[in-house]
Design a protein around this ligand. Sequence first.
Ligand code: MN
Length: 483
Amino acid sequence: MTYTLEGRTGAWEIVCGLEVHAQVISKAKLFSGAATAFGAAPNTQVSFVDAAFPGMLPVINRECVAQAIRTGLGLKAEINLWSRFDRKNYFYADLPAGYQISQYQHPIVGRGEIVIDLADGTTRTIGITRLHLEQDAGKSLHDQHPTKSYIDLNRAGVALMEIVSEPDIRSPEEAGAYLAKLRQILRYLGTCDGNMEEGSLRADVNVSVRRPGEMYRTRCEVKNVNSIRFVMQAVEAEARRQIEVWESGGEVQQETRLFDPNRGVTRPMRSKEHAHDYRYFPDPDLLPLELDPAWIAELKAHLPELPDAKAARFQRDYGLSAYDARVLVAEQATADYYEAVARGHDPKQAANWVMGDLFAALNRTGRSIADPPVPAASLGRLLDLIADDTISGRIAKQVFEEMVETGADPVAIVEARGLRQVTDTGAIDAAVAQVLAAHSDKVAEYKSGKDKLFGFFVGQVMKAMAGKGNPALVNEALKRALS
Ligand code: MN
């Protein structure tokens, strides 16, 4: 089913592609040894190369190249053994060299793909056109002085991967799912931290609309959208704007726009007449990048298991549903935690505890799965106590809450609070007799055919035993007493 937007004159389809700038995780910049840590004081991480002092020469950082190759492999893309750096010339105050070193005609990574997961459980494959390496620019600070702008060059020269998709995206949901999946893959690979608030991942969204069955119409680019939710909103807002233009007899002009999240609309930034002529040419200071296939093979051999493969394995090895597997592999740390609990325990039960009680505890305490209030080993010991009938599932919920509160071990909590399940049939029979005596009217109703009352008796016996009666034994004792 193709997603369409309804205009005044009929249905419209969305055609969308994303260009994502992902900051490479590396200690040093793409062409200099300066540090890349986020949040450092302005201009404390700037080398002469980054500041474009005359005569300074760029030297390629091998780790940044490795990160681009890993990312390409993770996107099932072709790695180009020969690529080249070009100069993209433009003037801006935060670009001291007057050009950005980028890869124009010969990117390091070619065609690949991402399988996106949609809310209805289906998947779609979105093509990757290319991935290239380039430098980031510095940052202009306009809010530090009443009449002056300041320049911070800490970010200047930091390695970026620009990842360009095919125009395969057909709805706001798909745009969000694409960015979410790309971010997830990058985080698994350890090639970008995916932190959109800090600007480590920024999306430019290309949108056009068309009548179903048509070829492409003119597109507009919405620049620098910095959250998954805003990407979805920007696609929808820009598509609706274009539909309105076409339907009122106008023509969409190719231009660059900005999304205003407060008003939920896009507004023009620059039109095609003002488009830059970047005068690209090969950077004479850098040799073409030639890769050794053996190095690529080595990087490939050390790639981590990626989310799709992990989710498939969780379904196969642990018998999980597709939905549960997808939730548990969302973050590498969640998957690791789950596997630590699932090993040696019932995997479905482990999944329920992680996705239910643990996730709720993380929400409540504001902790992350990487720093959980209950370590995986402790949750495992709690499941052991259920498995060997020391406590019931219901008591286990109480014990878990106390583990979250105090960090204590489940075995210690059960002993200290006397929560051991009662399996002594004498004590259970006594509780049953007491309950039936107190509810002789209900016993009569039950015996005259009101079977549903059995659950009521179970509840009353459990209550009388402070929840500690072994549920199976309580059931047996009640059946015996009522027959
Ligand atoms: Mn770029």
